[in-house]
Design a protein around this ligand. Structure first.
Ligand code: ZN
Length: 425
């Protein structure tokens, strides 16, 4: 019997019966085992997280991060054939990245699949045998236009060269989208916890979303339902292989309110723009610029928590002050930050970067995570004072007091009380 009955070309009847994959005995020996960190893609084996053939699956979870829920909705509503396999013709990367020695080190990369971009090249044999192997990384090219870059040209902060930065302010980039692929034993080790504790908590605190985390210890790879990363490169990606090339880098965690809508309560978009300007400058001098954009909204606590905290900050006695900046987040969320920079260096290891000449970030957590991963950071660049919105002084002063890198003096507790943000008006 066919797995789906086709009603019409664009309407499918979803399956009525459920296939439970939580019993290892039914699958033992039927899938390709993953040898994480093995010396070649052939020895490592493909990550098979597609759902078109349950027997072939060698990972927990599925592709597209949180968007897998929309795919499920599309199937539930009869709009998507659950057996659809992507036609990957012409989808391979616009630029070849790697391989680097870090790809074959089971400790250096634990949160992305280094071989996830060109599955057609790395896993030809298995694809021909009928395995539904899908990319978890896509690499393409783009021209980006940001009004601030045109302003930067007018102000003389950057100069068009016609190739990397055009006269009209448009900038030529290579970009990569990366989905999270977690090697659970490696992730556990990175946090200094045992794998069982990690699996149990991932299961329990997603409302029991993935029973295989508990019942299938034979599956060590998990594609979690979270956002991933986007990398924007400025300059020639092929130069990543040259260890002597200078690298400028900003690691930026998503902030929709500022990044897209220009909210002035924080420094996110201005700092991102500063990072891009530094990247352009480095690329024009023959080096490389790298912006890593992580989907970790509101310190990975989410935007609802973030807006609740904004209200709590503005309504507290004495108004919004730098002195209470972190305390208010902790009141609402129980913790100040869940971005866990421990996993952040994986993207840089995927790019084979082991030295950053100019790091456009003040975050001590990011800096320490890079140091722990053996990535050398030379110069650290704080955001220029004239790029800080007035209302964002609360954030920046609180961060400097908490240990963020700055050339400015560390504010005293009294000074923090004097740094005040706007009320609602
Ligand atoms: Zn922000």
């Amino acid at each position: 019997m066919s797995e789906t009955e086709t009603k019409s070309k664009h309407e499918y009847v979803p399956l009525k019966h459920i296939v439970l994959t939580s019993h290892p005995s039914a699958y033992a020996g039927k899938y390709i085992p993953i040898q994480w960190g093995a010396e070649s893609p052939k020895a490592r084996g493909p990550v098979v997280a597609s759902l078109s053939n349950q027997v072939h699956r060698n990972a927990i979870g599925s592709h597209s991060g949180s968007y897998m829920v929309y795919r499920a909705l599309a199937v539930a509503s009869g709009k998507l054939d659950p057996e659809h396999r992507p036609d990957l013709t012409h989808t391979h990367p616009s630029d070849e990245i790697g391989p680097f020695s870090s790809w074959c080190d089971p400790k250096k990369i634990v949160a992305i699949d280094p071989w996830g971009a060109d599955v057609g090249q790395h896993f030809t044999e298995q694809l021909e045998e009928g395995y539904d192997i899908r990319p978890s990384i896509a690499v393409t090219k783009a021209h980006i236009e940001m009004p601030e870059l045109r302003e930067a040209i007018q102000a003389g902060r950057v100069t068009p060269d016609g190739e990397i930065l055009k006269e009209n302010g448009s900038c030529v980039v290579t970009k990569a989208a990366i989905e999270p692929v977690w090697f659970l034993p490696g992730v556990a080790e990175r946090f200094g916890i045992d794998e069982g504790t990690l699996r149990r908590n991932l299961f329990q605190h997603t409302g029991g979303m993935y029973p295989e985390l508990i019942t299938r210890p034979d599956l060590e790879v998990f594609l979690p339902p979270i956002g991933g990363h986007t990398v924007y490169f400025f300059g020639d990606v092929n130069q990543l292989h040259d260890p002597n090339k200078r690298v400028a880098c900003r690691v930026h965690d998503e902030c929709n309110g500022s990044d897209v809508f220009g909210s002035d309560i924080c420094t996110c978009r201005p700092y991102l723009i500063h990072g891009i300007e530094v990247c352009i400058e480095e690329a024009q001098k023959g080096g490389l610029g790298v912006i890593v954009y992580n989907r970790k909204e509101g310190r990975a606590l989410g935007e609802v928590t973030k807006f609740l905290v904004y209200n709590a900050r503005k309504r507290q006695e004495g108004g919004d002050t730098a002195a209470q900046y972190f305390a208010r987040t902790e009141c609402v969320a129980g913790i100040q930050d869940v971005r866990f920079q421990e996993l952040m260096p994986d993207v840089l290891n995927w790019l084979g970067i082991n030295k950053i000449d100019r790091f456009v970030s003040m975050s001590n957590m990011k800096y320490e995570a890079l140091a722990s991963a053996g990535i050398e950071v030379n110069e650290r660049l704080s955001i220029p004072d004239d790029m800080i919105p007035e209302d964002a002084q609360v954030e920046i002063k609180a961060k400097i007091a908490a240990g963020y890198y700055s050339v400015d003096e560390i504010p005293t507790e009294d000074q923090l009380l004097d740094v005040k943000g706007r009320d609602y008006k």
